[in-house]
Design a protein around this ligand. Sequence first.
Ligand code: SER
Length: 702
Amino acid sequence: MKSADIRDKFLQFFSSKNHLVVPSAPLVVKNDPTLMFTNAGMNRFKDIFLGNEPAESPRVADTQKCLRVSGKHNDLEEVGVDTYHHTLFEMLGNWSFGDYYKKEAIEWAWELLTEVYKIDKDRLYVTVFEGDKSDGIEFDREAYDHWKGLISEDRIIAASKKDNFWEMGDTGPCGPCSEIHVDMRTDAERNSVSGKELVNADHPQVIEIWNLVFMELQRRSDGSLEPLKAKHIDTGMGFERLSMVLQGKTSSYDTDVFSPLIDFIAKETGKKYTRGDSKQDVAFRVLADHVRAVAFAIADGQMPSNTGTGYVIRRILRRAVRYAYSFLDRKEPLLQELAEVLIAQMGGFFEELKSNEKLIRDVIREEEEAFLRTLAKGIQLIDDILQNTKDDRIGGEVVFELYDTFGFPVDLTALILSEHGKTYDETAFQKALEAQKKRSRSAAVQDTGDWVVVGNYRATEFVGYDSLETEMNLARYRKVTQKGKDFYQLVFDRTPFYPEGGGQTGDRGYVEGEGVRIPVIGTFRENNLIVHLSPKSPEALPAAVKGVVDAERRSLTAKNHTATHLLHHALRALLGTHVEQRGSLLEKDYLRFDFSHFAKVTDEEIRKIEQAVNAAVRRDIPLEEFRNIPMAEAREMGAMALFGEKYGDSVRAIRFGESVELCGGTHVRATGEIGFFKIVSEGSVAAGIRRLAGQGARSTAP
Ligand code: SER
């Protein structure tokens, strides 16, 4: 069975059991500060499990793009070394939100595996949770009894919390799980050692393929558990592993998910993939894996960059380039052509790959070229070091500097040194690395307390398009400590405070009640809650308060936001429609706009852009706001669906004359309020992406 058919069969099966089939959510997670990337199918449904949001349908099925390269689930260093780990993988899932529970989840999983996919029952084992004293949870008798009706009892294994209790992170929804494992070994091997002994023992051919999670608890930040309001099903089956099982392969890299990529690498480099452990074979797997992570991330709007999420993608890309460089002897770009093969292969199902093909290839090529130049420069630096030293052992600090300042990979340094019969001081290197990690950890560490629930409101209503002051009720608050300072996060039932989003900075101001006033120094969104940050505890406040937004700051920010829309429109009119927004930052004193364009914007072009924007300012074009209109209508008006962004059926559109954008931000009533627009700088932020900084407003306060 081809992998594309395997995916279809899964979705068809659950559709026949009345599940709504939904497309994968984007890889890059917005609105959830605890995650960078989707690392499990359930991420997008977290709020439904927690009871903060209603489900679109009580039964859902999907295949979710996942990336496990940061945080609690991080597989990056294993990828390529063995034959079954991946950075990007698809997780097939079926979901019940307070609907069916263990019985159906277990019976349908069994039916699909044994009757539709026809996996030999003698190769299957299942695990159930044995219970855990410290968490006060009993053996999962219910799951055991359902399995007992389907599979012989000597194939049911009780397993511990480590393997059979699923948690998304340190806090959040969780529950016991039951896993299905397949024994892929030959008959002779199976006769000599029972597969039962190899379950959960990291055997490459006795592997877990499906995890059924019975989501019924929530882990709080003090480590305690509390029951969720309803019981849910979250299942996740690794698509690449399933393909390996059904195609009778011993490695997922040998399935048709990866073979077109492996074949292309072989053809291009003239090397042979021999499925072994040599560095060359590892390089094949690293490339075939990493091109997927990078291409899908770019398709979902995540460009490689120097910080945060973008940096993770850049590191993955560089790891691939480095393996090609060192072990496949490839000194020229290769990944962007490999991306073309990938897009041809998967762009049918994942349409975002196809529609962003040019961007994906351009960005990858520029990144590859830049990193290949770094490698060449690093090699030159190492040569200089070698020329100037007679020692056989190079100092660890020097190697660290190469790594830290020039992005030169340490294992490559080691390799080049060893080619000259030299080594380096690894202890000193590790020490320098640890010191740097510690510095960045202490800058990022945040200690978050549990929510103190004051009033029961599940979402925050935003009223800030129409008013800057409103009566509101405290819903919950919690303390967070960062760099030794205490802050409070406050959530209300409604709020006029705009939460940071769409590039626009969050509002500031204050809340007050019964003579107590506390400042709000920032506002942001966390899923469907709007969170207000204050240096003061709200304990002295009454539950009903008044929220007041700093109107001056909001108005300046709105001017910069509207100016950005005019700028975007002028750029597309003057430079071409390949210009697409890639990011923006709108503050009270300036605006920043990143967009796709492959050349420096010349002084002459800048002058023309400024003229076009200022002409629109002088025309004093009125704001037309369309709230809650269907996406199709917004598109008809000329709005572009913003790349990587997930929009539900209704959207908000903002029109100023010819400029139409999907936008959740706040704007001026007419463009004349901006007064004057000026571009103050132009530069590059990443391959193929330019940045303009400008001003549509600036505060006059000192
Ligand atoms: N949440 C579980 C997992 O990621 C099942 O989907 O394995």
